[in-house]
Design a protein around this ligand. Structure first.
Ligand code: PEP
Ligand code: MN
Length: 432
């Protein structure tokens, strides 16, 4: 059997042409930037920083617009301000963007009205439209991923240095949210506290560079091996290989086999990397992964992103953390409260309950607090738009409301208001 979750291309010559093209392209990110991020995640592992990783389940080529990227970035920056205030440590901002185009699937096929076609595997592999032509696996799409990622990163780099990320501006958006939405009103007190802190800084004349720009990094699941291989380059400074398709790449729950191709590939790159750990992960699995992926126990190199589900985190997570900590393994612990909480609504939409998402994060905090370890961050699927994909939250979206604006081509995302609410609720957990 070949590597898990790979495309099956009909034409190998076309694959080689796409890979050859990718190999000639400039890097999307630079090795030095990956090292900087690794140092920041090292601080997360030590309990001196908090990680916020967020973005779409699956980016689409059609979604590469200035509005879409700006809205997503904006909501992540808004969340980061609230979390920074509450955590009193730096928040490392990591987008699930500029490369998040390939999806693992539980089934290779999808049947609609008696017609069976290949499942949608993300814009990196095939089209979402349900037709034979669109669902064919096309290697030219890997080159399109490169171009879409380059365009997205270009926007992001401009936004985060060009005044858009100004701290007072971002806080002004948060006060708009608190004032204008019913969901936001509950968080007025904390928003006022942040406003007072900013006024104080202004009064004493503090105006550091950090108020006017932010550090932001890109991440995606390293799934399609042809793409990640083609984007792996030897860094001229260190002579070591970096995957220059994104700053941080992770291995998904379905491809984390110890002897699998994904672990083998990521083992050799210098980037900071993550592994998703679902509820079936044993402590020995986690230790073996750490041994394979971070044999030198380098701080910031490895992040464990747990996604147990709200119902299982309190029982399942403690033994994992205990054994990993006892073994002296350096790792940042991050909570993905999305992927263990997905269910199908009676209307057929894939959805998640906002309360389950919050409950899993609370469980994650409770477990870490009781063990004396650091709840290092959250990994969420979100968008800056007012979509209707997850139920609940302060706006009380119900299952019937899902049809209003369900736009995800894969998993349900928190919308703008739900994302901001999550940030304020996690802020409360951080301050407890
Ligand atoms: C995802 O992050 O979209 C995903 C598929 O997650 P997991 O690998 O944890 O199932
Ligand atoms: Mn997902």
């Amino acid at each position: 059997m070949g590597p898990a979750q790979q495309p099956s291309y009909p034409d190998q010559v076309a694959v080689e042409a796409a890979v050859a093209r990718l190999r000639t392209q400039p890097p999307l990110v630079f090795a030095g930037e990956c090292d900087e991020l690794k140092a920041k995640i090292g601080a997360v592992a030590r309990g001196e920083a908090f990680l916020l990783q967020g973005g779409d389940c699956a980016e689409t080529f059609a979604g590469v617009t200035a509005d879409n990227v700006r809205n997503k970035l904006r909501v992540i920056l808004q969340m980061a301000v609230v979390l920074t205030y509450a955590a009193s440590v730096p928040v490392v901002k990591l987008g699930r963007l500029a490369g998040q185009y390939a999806k693992p699937r539980s089934s290779d096929f999808e049947t609609r009205d008696g017609i069976t076609l290949p499942a949608y595997r993300g814009d990196a592999v095939n089209g979402y439209e349900f037709s034979e032509d669109s669902r064919r696996h096309d290697p030219q799409r890997l080159v399109d991923v490169y171009n879409a990622s380059a365009a997205t990163l270009n926007l992001v780099r401009a936004f985060v240095t060009g005044g858009y990320a100004d701290l007072r501006q971002v806080h002004a958006w948060n006060t708009d949210f608190v004032r204008e939405s019913t969901a936001g009103q509950r968080y007025e007190e904390m928003a006022n506290d942040i406003a007072r802190a900013l006024t104080f800084m202004k009064a004493i004349g503090a105006d550091p560079d950090e108020f006017h720009r932010v550090d932001f990094h890109s991440s995606h699941e390293a799934l399609v091996l042809e793409y990640e291989h083609a984007m792996t380059r030897i860094d001229s400074r260190t002579q070591l290989p970096y995957d220059v398709s994104g700053h941080f790449v992770w291995i998904g729950e379905r491809t984390r086999q110890l002897d699998g191709a994904h672990v083998e590939m990521l083992r050799h790159i210098q980037n900071p990397i993550g592994v998703k750990l679902g509820p079936t992960t044993s402590a020995d699995d986690a230790l073996a992964l750490a041994g394979r992926l971070n044999p030198d126990n380098e701080p910031g190199r490895l992040t464990f992103i747990t996604r147990f589900g709200a119902a299982r985190i309190r029982d399942g997570l403690p033994q994992l953390i205990e054994k990993v900590t006892a073994a002296g393994v350096e790792v940042a612990w991050v909570c993905d409260p999305m992927h263990g909480n997905t269910f199908e609504a009676s209307s057929g939409y894939k959805t998640r309950r906002f309360d389950d998402v919050i409950d899993e994060v609370q469980g994650f905090f409770d477990v870490h607090r009781s063990l004396g370890t650091w709840p290092g961050g959250i990994h969420v699927e979100l968008t800056g738009d007012d979509v209707t994909e997850c139920v609940g939250g302060g706006e009380l979206l119900d299952e019937a409301g899902l049809a209003d604006r369900y736009e995800s081509v894969c998993d349900p995302r928190l919308n703008r208001v739900q994302s901001l609410e999550l940030a304020f609720l996690v802020a409360k957990m951080l301050r407890q």
